[in-house]
Design a protein around this ligand. Structure first.
Ligand SMILES: Nc1ncnc2c1ncn2[C@@H]1O[C@H](COP(=O)(O)OP(=O)(O)O)[C@@H](O)[C@H]1O
Ligand SMILES: [Mg+2]
Length: 453
């Protein structure tokens, strides 16, 4: 924040005028009418127009709250309720942040407390009781006036500061409300973006699924046409059964293809549900789920991609299986994209100390140091129109939600390895982490959006 932002709180001493001082409310509390008259005379002569007096100190507190004075001149030695008692009561009743100056005017020249050590003791006791200032009678009038002016100036500045604090607080709460609104908007945008990326991944998969599904339908239609159009084959029970078996297998394949799509969306309604997840199962499901992309589509464009698994038995991690599948799906898609000439994708799992390692490597193009450094940024893509740049930022978000870590190793021409580690005791912290990640992602996204616009 720049210094200028605080200008509202800066107090201009000059803004308190002589007139303000003269208009300030002064309350005199003294049981001696003669003392009061003396002070009133001085005030009238010097232009302090707002003074009131009180001789019965039993009414002091009530009058103070009624009059709301800016300064109290208080006598110490009074019957019934003495000055100390008034000070104590006042300290009790006033809010701790209030600044109401009390100038104690103690003992006359005939007082017992005339001796110096006694005077000094009285003064300390008075200040300790909460008095702001202290003067011993008989006092010099010009000194009294100077002290009064100083105390009033401090009081008025204090009031001004309080006023400005209120304005400042209002501003802060307005800004907080604005920020809250902006954050809600950003959350909504992020949701839409994530949904968009999901749809894109879904579309990509659907492309492959359509191809596989068509293949199955072709066999079913072809063989049933054959049977229907050739009564001889239909009459040959053995041959007919053979054809029916092929059709049956094709039908089952098609059903499996459809279930892949279902897998992709499974659990989507119950987001944020963390359960014990077998990562190996998630890996196997991801492989089957992404088969159209790495097998069928890749083959139809003339490249061979081999999918290798190297899975060890691992303890379950606490997580959301659907999100984890989606994250791995994104990593497989990226690996396929990085291997235009074909190659090998290896998926590994290993138990580690208090963690489970899940690793995906490809033998693709790899990344330059610059791309590797930026690849997690939302909207960062080297694929032009073919990429959204959201895949890895989603992957990273998912890993963080699971309190996991991600290491990326990559060298141009030598492929890439994405190494994910999930802690074994991440369950209780998952929600916290989710909040944190969302915040981090929002900031990153906002920065990215800003940079792009
Ligand atoms: N396995 C990989 N091999 C090489 N580069 C990769 C790999 N995965 C990601 N990248 C790089 O990271 C960028 C961001 O990836 P991602 O966030 O998934 O967005 P997109 O795939 O839409 O480009 C990619 O454009 C690519 O340059
Ligand atoms: Mg991607």
């Amino acid at each position: 924040m720049e210094a200028g932002d605080f200008s509202v709180a800066s107090v201009d001493i000059l803004s308190i005028t002589e007139d303000d001082l003269k208009q300030a409310r002064i309350l005199i509390i003294d049981d001696q009418v003669a003392n009061i008259c003396l002070l009133q005379n001085v005030f009238n002569r010097t232009g302090f127009v707002n003074h009131t007096s009180l001789t019965d100190s039993r009414e002091a507190i009530q009058r103070i709250f009624e009059l709301q004075p800016d300064l109290i001149l208080l006598d110490l030695d009074m019957p019934n309720v003495n000055g100390y008692a008034v000070l104590h009561k006042l300290r009790e009743k006033l809010p701790p942040t209030a600044f109401l100056p009390v100038l104690v005017l103690s003992g006359g020249s005939d007082s017992k407390s005339g001796a110096w050590p006694e005077q000094e003791r009285t003064k300390r006791k008075t200040l300790a009781a909460g008095a702001t200032d202290f003067l011993q009678r008989p006092f010099d009038m010009s000194e009294l006036l100077m002290r009064i002016r100083n105390l009033l100036r401090t009081r008025l500045l204090h009031l001004e500061l309080e006023k400005q604090n209120i304005v400042l607080e209002q501003k802060v709460s307005e800004r907080t409300a604005e920020l809250r609104g902006a954050l809600a908007e950003l959350k909504e945008t992020q949701k839409q973006i994530v949904q968009q990326e999901r749809l894109r991944a879904f579309g990509e998969m659907a492309g492959g699924v359509v191809h596989d599904f068509n293949n199955s339908l072709m066999s079913i239609i072809g063989f049933s046409d054959l049977l229907l159009g050739n009564p001889d084959i239909l009459a040959d029970r053995k041959l007919a059964v053979e054809h029916l078996k092929i059709m049956n297998t094709a039908g089952r394949d098609a059903a499996q293809v459809v279930s892949r799509l279902r897998d992709f969306y499974r659990n989507r309604e119950v987001e944020d549900v963390f359960t014990a997840v077998d990562l190996n199962e998630v890996i196997e499901q991801t492989i089957s789920l992404t088969q159209p992309k790495w097998k069928t589509q890749a083959r139809s464009s003339g490249r061979m991609i081999e999918m290798v698994t190297d899975l060890e038995e691992v303890p379950p991690v606490i997580g959301n299986p659907s999100e984890l599948r989606e994250a791995l799906t994104n990593l497989v898609f990226n690996a396929v994209d990085a291997m235009p000439e074909g190659g090998t994708i290896t998926l590994r799992s290993r138990p580690e100390h208090q963690a489970v390692l899940c690793e995906i490597s490809d033998t693709g193009t790899g990344m330059s140091e610059d791309v590797r450094g930026r690849c997690l940024e939302p909207f960062f893509s080297t694929k032009g129109d073919k990429g959204t740049g959201l895949g890895l930022s989603m992957v990273f978000g998912t890993i963080k939600r699971h309190n996991g870590t991600l290491d990326i190793e990559s060298a141009v021409g030598h492929g890439s390895t994405f190494r994910i580690r999930f802690p074994l005791d991440n369950g209780t912290m998952a929600t916290d982490a989710a909040e944190r990640t969302t915040a981090v992602q929002f900031t990153q996204m906002a920065e990215a959006v800003e940079a792009k616009s």
